[in-house]
Design a protein around this ligand. Sequence first.
Ligand SMILES: *Cc1c(COP(=O)(O)O)cnc(C)c1O
Length: 375
Amino acid sequence: MHDPILLTPGPLTTSATVKQAMLRDWGSRDSAFIAMNAAIRARLPELAGAAESHVCVPVQGSGTFAVEATIGTLLTRGAKLLVLINGAYGRRMKKIAEVMGRAVEALEWAEDRPVDPTALDRRLAEDPRVTHVAVVHCETTSGILNPVEAVAEVAARHGRHLLIDAMSSFGALPLDASAVPFTALMASSNKCLEGAPGMGFALIRRDVLTFSEGNAHSLSLDLYDQWRGFEQNAQWRFTPPTHVIAAFAQALDEHAAEGGVAGRGARYAANHRTLVDGMEAMGFRCLLPRALQAPIIVTFHMPADPAFVFADFYDRLRERGFAIYPGKLTVADSFRIGCIGRIGAAEIGAALEAIRLTLDEMGVASGAPAAAIAA
Ligand SMILES: *Cc1c(COP(=O)(O)O)cnc(C)c1O
């Protein structure tokens, strides 16, 4: 029995060695386990050029737990958050703030448009009560790349804190704290870093976190308290996901061996090119122009051919060993295929071949959407 190749935005296909790293039981107070955590906490800020300025605070749970914990820990009760929204993950940050009862507003764009730093500039000039701005680096809903550098410049010029959800980009797309000043960045173990799911983390400016005691709405999601715990005895406050952490340490070794962010990003960019070229040759069309598309996950328009039924297409591909992802868009009927995880030219090539065979079997002549046929 082969596991499917996961062409999804996470969880992702991991290497055999990452999976093998989970075949051990660690005591949470073992010195080797404590050293492993310290090494992970030291390595993650280095990937963002933030080792001097920021601390890494890991938290149990999926990526959303880290986003919620960061918002709850950094916003004082009188703070006001402005979320830049062009997809589901921006919307989720707004909802998180609402559930917590913090003041929050949003600027919104269509899912196939990047967020606009000029509109942010205007809003911040108008509203001095906004203390924090939140943006998603790669909005996984469509796969669009947002202009985080320009957003960071605007936020910094107005003296507001910037929170970046870099969940689906961290480790593959460069983001350096010296060029993109941020107060906090949130990511997780299982996307571009290719670990197992179960741990999120935030990189938070040390000088800001130091003064964040008592802000949090929640005990388990209080990153100030979590950080103090690590600083005091190098341990997690509550049961750590030991197997996930061991796999993550291995995944970070493999990330470094591949050439770090540049090496990982280059493999994903090659996956992306091969995927899009192969799909376009079958008639499929991408939602986004290439200039806006991150090499993380690609949204394709639904084909117009009446023989194409997505649920059937999905099941047949899954039978052939490939899991793709339904669309999450409101702007167009679509589906998504991921380029990330421990996959390369061989897996993308095999996926394209499986798609070709599946279209034949279904009697679909072309993957072209209605718009492309009309044009
Ligand atoms: C995956 C993802 C998250 C977190 O999702 P979880 O399911 O909680 O891990 C947050 N933001 C973005 C942009 C993501 O891609």
